[in-house]
Design a protein around this ligand. Structure first.
Ligand code: GTP
Ligand code: MG
Length: 359
């Protein structure tokens, strides 16, 4: 009763997401044994799990409904406003002046919005379009953006730049998100991913231990790693102190490996955000965070090889008889996910045949 009462204070989208997650929990408990194959998808925050589920939907259908497109549009409006608000704060704290002094007024308009609290619709968003364009095109904001990128430990919305560069389209009154926009949208409410593809039940497993209890069966785990986040500072869910997203991911991976409920699971790693990693290694030096790294810190292949070895090492210290499967992915790239998901299906089949001694 109290829970229901608390929920009524949440924004509508968050309430809908939580209700959906609950329904999925109930469905899982009921249906899980009806599926010959189960693929559990898990990864640290921002690793790309939700984007993977969106790709499943894009690749296998059905098309997004009108209501879903409207919900994504609202999320995209929020991403733009919140991203720009964060950029303005950073610009001010860096002491960078406006190129165009009229942007002080535009700034007041954009920073006064509580986007999470507003049901942003196209006609409301229209009131911000001029201000958004003017702020984004100001050399002060552009300078702040490039400095933030070089700081490496600033958690920006990676998709903000994509949306701001597409304002000509997004700023139209008749705007409806396209598939690529949907993939870049970062949802604030954490609805659990759930998808059925032929005979495979694909579901998201949150990184909380309590969820482990419902999964006492042999299955496949798809573990997502944000490979570009080796320098993203986090508060430490698995480590006691401040740490980086990659260290957190390694600890989470180890926790999964050590959990007896998952002992028989096949684990497939997706080293995601390859596009962002390729961009990052051009300027960042991984040795600052991983002094043991040997090789060329500006070579994508060397950095990827190192990341793979870090995870492989965790695997072999826990159980060196377990096979190690991995793929380099870019979850916002539909073709890439189509190819990698096909090979995941082949791996699942091959491992099943091996288990039945048919291979
Ligand atoms: N450029 C790029 N962006 C990505 C990639 N994968 C995910 N993103 C973006 O990263 C952001 C976070 O991705 P999500 O899929 O929401 O991550 P998540 O693991 O579900 O995160 P939470 O559930 O919010 O903890 C979104 O804006 C995505 O568009 C990728 O491979 N490349
Ligand atoms: Mg998510």
């Amino acid at each position: 009763m109290l829970k229901k009462f608390c929920w009524s204070f949440l924004p509508k989208q968050e309430r809908v997401a939580r209700q959906r997650s609950r329904k999925i929990d109930v469905m899982l408990k009921r249906d899980v044994f009806m599926f010959p194959e189960v693929l559990l998808v898990l990864g640290n925050s921002q690793s790309g799990v939700s984007t993977f589920f969106k790709q499943m939907r894009i690749i296998t259908g059905p098309e997004f409904s009108q209501q879903e497109l409207i919900d994504f549009r609202r999320t995209i409006y929020m991403n733009i406003i919140e991203g720009l608000q964060a950029l303005v704060i950073e610009k001010n704290s860096m002491g960078i002046p406006w190129e165009n002094s009229a942007n002080e007024t535009h700034k007041m308009l954009v920073t006064s919005v509580e986007s999470w609290n507003m049901n942003l619709k196209p006609h409301t968003f229209q009131g911000f379009v001029t201000a958004i364009n003017s702020l984004w095109n100001d050399s002060g904001i552009q300078e702040a953006y490039s400095k933030i990128k070089k700081m490496h430990n600033f958690v920006t919305y990676e998709s903000v730049k994509y949306f701001l560069n597409n304002m000509n389209r997004i700023g139209q009154l008749s705007y409806i998100p396209c598939k690529q926009d949907i993939l870049y949208a970062r949802e604030s409410c954490r609805a659990r991913g759930y998808f059925v593809h032929r005979n495979i039940l694909i579901t998201e497993l949150r990184s909380k231990r309590k969820y482990y209890l419902s999964y006492e069966y042999e299955t496949t785990i798809l573990f997502m790693v944000a490979s570009s986040d080796f320098d993203q500072v986090t508060n430490g869910l698995y480590t006691s102190n401040e740490s980086t997203s990659l260290v957190e991911s390694l600890e989470f991976f180890k926790a999964v490996l050590c959990n007896s409920l998952f002992r028989k699971c096949t684990i497939i790693l997706f080293f995601n955000k390859t596009d962002l990693l390729a961009e990052k290694v051009q300027t960042a030096d991984i040795r600052k965070y991983f002094p043991e790294f040997q090789g060329d810190p500006h070579s994508l292949e060397d950095v990827q090889r190192f990341l793979v070895e870090c995870f492989r090492e965790r695997m072999t210290t826990v159980d060196n008889s377990r096979p190690f499967f991995y793929h380099f992915t870019t979850a916002v790239d539909t073709e890439n996910i189509r190819i990698e998901f096909d090979s995941v299906k082949k791996t699942i089949l091959r491992e099943k045949l091996k288990a039945f001694k048919l291979l």
